[in-house]
Design a protein around this ligand. Sequence first.
Ligand SMILES: C[S@@+](CC[C@H](N)C(=O)[O-])C[C@H]1O[C@@H](n2cnc3c(N)ncnc32)[C@H](O)[C@@H]1O
Length: 212
Amino acid sequence: MTAVPPAHCRVASKVACATFLAIKEGKTDENLSIYSLSRRSQRRSVLAAFSDAYRVLKPNSFCVCFYGWNRVDEFFSAWRRAGFRPVGHIVWQKNYASSTGFLQSRHEQAYLLIKGNPDRPAKPIADVRAWEYTGNRAHPIEKAVSILTPLIQAFSKRGDLVLDPFSGSGSTAVASLLSGRRYIGIELEDRYCRQSRTRLAGAAKYAARKAA
Ligand SMILES: C[S@@+](CC[C@H](N)C(=O)[O-])C[C@H]1O[C@@H](n2cnc3c(N)ncnc32)[C@H](O)[C@@H]1O
């Protein structure tokens, strides 16, 4: 895995408002050394991406970052080094356990970060929310469009440009399109880029039918 390529960052230099970084730990691959090697470099590239995310965001804008609860120290250091300020924390409650260890894992979490001093949303959303399981058909850790939509609507305006530098199957892009925002998704793996294009084509048709 490589760091977010500079070319992508140049494209993203017009970013208007929100960055969505969707990051989660793998679950069952701890004993595979080849895989954990690539996971280590993936971790480095994820953490290194925050300074680029900060650089390309407009002044006074938001970043929502999902993160692994057991790496909060690394994430916090990377966010602060980049210049972000944490202003809120969101927890999604699951009605199922995604894994069981000392506890049943029944939540996901994200920090709300700011660059500068953006205006507060007119109607702030609750910081405890219901999780929706997608079935992970498009991506092994796919987020539901319904999870991302309230974030996009609260922290960006119509016409803004939303960036997801780790966009997987394009859920953030689909949520942005359906919310009247523009979007840039950056994804390493071809199969998820193809998946994103298919999903976006479907979402664009749906949006056009709704508008007609
Ligand atoms: C948690 S997944 C995103 C899932 C997405 N939210 C969805 O709903 O499908 C993170 C994605 O980041 C991609 N990725 C990891 N390192 C990357 C890098 N350096 N540049 C671009 N994409 C990267 C992975 O291939 C993976 O698909």
